[in-house]
Design a protein around this ligand. Structure first.
Ligand code: SAH
Length: 252
């Protein structure tokens, strides 16, 4: 099955862009996913093909018009009735690996890329082929447009499509898949600038190696991402006993 990506954008020439090379590029050639950039401007109704206007209430920049956007989204919703519709916006729900995995298991995705100050809010109050728009953010940063965010989301989905990644297991141990950051990696040379590869990794003892990696993943997550660690502990306590995560575990 081909994972169908439709991207609504003012810069269709940005796609597939970096997704046309390496792993994603090969997968595109093999038909494992399809890339269909749609120019939002094609849905402008006036002779100047206007897509934006000044913000109501005043202020800097321009806002993408709801009538033009809705026409573009309706078109995509009709072409791909099974695809979730996602608008990239810093006001959206932060993207997670769990959502990426869900999307990758589906038929594809329709992505709406903003520019300027963003979208007229009224597009989110409406349904398109029975579906409402999901608002997604790729981090607490402000990009100049939704296109890099769309590329990021697609890259994360494409690598999970069946047959795209070399070793079937390499997606499973990755950061976030277990709710933890991944353990650190090492390779040759065995010693570099006076620093040796941790002895345990050269021991050949697979059980010991697995235990070391688990410990590293837990320690690194606790130190680097206390937010993830708290959630991980919470989930574990909940699933083991049905109890909720208790605050006294915080910061351990
Ligand atoms: N005025 C808006 C930012 C607009 S940035 C605000 O302050 O919220 C222009 C466009 O870039 C947005 O419409 C969106 O599509 C995209 N964009 C910027 N930052 C993003 C982020 N963190 N995640 C997803 N899309 C983003």
């Amino acid at each position: 099955m081909t994972f169908a990506a439709t991207i609504l954008t003012l810069y269709p020439e940005m796609f597939p862009g970096p997704l046309g090379i390496s792993l994603a590029g090969r997968a595109l050639e093999e038909g494992k996913w399809s890339c269909d950039p749609v120019h939002i401007r094609d849905f402008a109704a006036d002779k100047h093909r206007t897509v934006d206007d000044t913000p109501a209430g005043g202020g800097a920049g321009m806002v993408l018009r709801c009538d033009v956007l809705a026409a573009a989204i309706d078109h995509a919703a009709q072409s791909h009735p099974g695809n979730p519709i996602i608008a990239l916006t810093p006001r959206g729900k932060p993207l997670t690996q769990a959502r990426v995995r869900d999307l990758a298991q589906g038929p594809g995705v329709t992505l709406l890329c903003g520019r300027f100050e963003g979208f007229d809010e009224r597009i989110f109050a409406r349904e398109y082929g029975g579906r409402s728009i999901e608002e997604v953010s790729v981090g607490d940063i402000v990009l100049s447009g939704g296109e890099p965010a769309a590329l990021m989301l697609l890259d994360a989905c494409i690598r999970l499509l069946p047959g795209v990644m070399g070793a079937a297991s390499s997606g499973v141990e990755e950061s976030f898949e277990s709710g933890l950051l991944e353990y650190p990696h090492y390779t040759r040379p065995a010693e570099w600038e006076g620093r040796a590869i941790p002895e345990v990794l050269r021991s050949g003892d697979h059980a010991k190696i697995a235990a070391w990696r688990k410990q590293q993943a837990e320690d690194d997550t606790r130190l680097r991402r206390p937010d993830l660690w708290e959630r991980h502990i919470g989930v574990r306590v909940q699933s083991a006993s049905g109890a909720r995560y208790e605050k006294k575990d915080e910061g351990q």
